[in-house]
Structures are given as structure tokens and as C-alpha cells.
Design a protein. Structure first.
Length: 229
């Protein structure tokens, strides 16, 4: 029961149905979900551990603002690990693995044609999961998944109709380097892909400042300087 309630609240936060800064009415949530206060309180406690909500003394529980400093660190981790992942895979990619990648890209194209943001989002995640699963290093996969947890809310925010075709093209570039068994090209393509995501997040923070924690530009400065260099 607690897990179900946690999943429902988390999905509402990730999809921005519960927007950053929103105070959560526990009584209304209990009535809406048809549960007692216990599973709601337990679920909110777990979500607080994931930094999706925060408990403010004397005020209540609030959906956290997106922390750009946390996103910057998460992207740093992903960039390092996922670029090295595709470099490693490019040297040993077999036909079976490449066929799975091609099927995923075909499904991505279908979601673009259907203009399905949620469908494309799920396939975007699956594309990266295919790479990590093929690598076969559990600790690397867990580290990347942990980093991605900090980015869940911003990923849907960024997947605009304009961004989705660009993300698909970047995925194709990564896949082409894998097909060519070119480790350095694969690594560069992944770095380019993730750097683009971070640049667009910075632009998103300017466009929707109400969704982000204060002083985001200073927090993201190290990554901007690295890209400039």
C-alpha cells in the first residue's frame, strides 16, 4: 500500500501535476486515494529521502523546488559514466545488441510521429538502459540510475516538441558510432548529447524560474565553464 501511494505521488510530482513549491494537503490526499494517513505519511517520508518533498516545521510538507546544483552534479556523473560506457561497448558491440538499439530507435521515430511526449520519454530512458545493461556493471548502472533520479522532473519539462527530434538525432549519432565500432566517436556523441541536455536545462531555469531553487546559475557554473573550455 505504501509503495503504491509513493508511486502515485512521485508520478504526480515528476509530471508536474504537483508543481514545485506546492504544499501537500494530507487529508485531501488521503480522501483522493482512499487510504488512511499512515501510508501517505510513510510515502511522503520516503519521497523526502529522495528530495522530492521537504517537511517545513510548523508549515507542512511541500514539493521541493528543482535544485540546479544537484542536477549539475547528476549530469557530471552521467557524462563520465555513460560516455565511458559507449566507448567500451563500441569495441565489442555485436549484431544482437545493435538490433535492440535499432528497434528502440524505430520505436522512438514512431513516438515522434505520434507526437507522444510520454511515449518518447519512456523510450529515451530505455535507450540509455539498453547501453547500461549491455555493459553489465551493476555498480555503474546503480550510480547512473541514482543520478537520473535527480533529473526526473526536468526531463519531462525539457521534452518539448522542439527538443524531441533533436534528442532522437543525438541518439542516432550515438548508435551510428556504435555500429562503426568507433569508441572515440561514440564517447564524443554521448558527451555532446548530455551536454546539450544540461545547456537546455539552464535555459529552462531562466524560462521557468518559479520551478527552481534560488541562485541556480552560480550552482551550474562549473559545468558551463567546462563546456566553454
Amino acid at each position: 500500500m505504501v509503495q503504491r501511494v509513493q508511486d502515485l505521488i512521485r508520478d504526480a510530482i515528476v509530471r508536474h501535476e504537483l508543481k514545485p513549491g506546492t504544499f501537500i494537503d494530507k487529508a485531501a490526499l488521503c480522501a483522493q486515494l482512499g487510504v488512511s494517513r499512515f501510508p501517505v505519511s510513510e510515502a511522503l517520508g520516503r519521497l523526502a529521502d529522495q528530495k522530492l518533498v521537504e517537511v517545513l516545521p510548523q508549515r507542512g510538507t511541500r514539493v521541493t523546488f528543482i535544485d540546479l546544483a544537484d542536477c549539475s552534479q547528476a549530469m557530471f556523473i552521467r557524462r563520465a559514466l555513460e560516455a565511458e560506457t559507449v566507448r567500451t561497448l563500441a569495441a565489442r558491440a555485436d549484431d544482437s545488441f545493435l538490433a535492440k538499439i535499432e528497434q528502440n530507435l524505430s520505436d522512438q521515430r514512431a513516438m515522434l510521429q505520434a507526437d507522444s511526449r510520454n511515449g518518447f520519454y519512456q523510450l529515451d530512458l530505455a535507450f540509455h538502459d539498453l547501453l547500461l545493461s549491455e555493459l553489465g556493471f551493476d555498480r555503474v548502472q546503480n550510480a547512473v540510475e541514482g543520478a537520473r533520479a535527480s533529473l526526473m522532473r526536468m526531463r519531462l519539462l525539457l521534452l518539448t516538441p522542439e527538443r524531441r527530434p533533436r534528442a532522437y538525432a543525438e541518439h542516432v549519432e550515438i548508435a551510428e558510432a556504435l555500429k562503426q565500432r568507433d569508441p572515440e566517436a561514440a564517447g564524443r556523441a554521448m558527451e555532446k548529447h548530455l551536454d546539450t541536455v544540461m545547456k537546455e536545462l539552464l535555459a529552462c531555469a531562466d524560462k521557468y524560474p518559479e520551478a527552481f531553487a534560488k541562485d541556480p546559475v552560480e550552482a551550474a557554473a562549473p559545468l558551463e565553464k567546462r563546456n566553454a573550455g
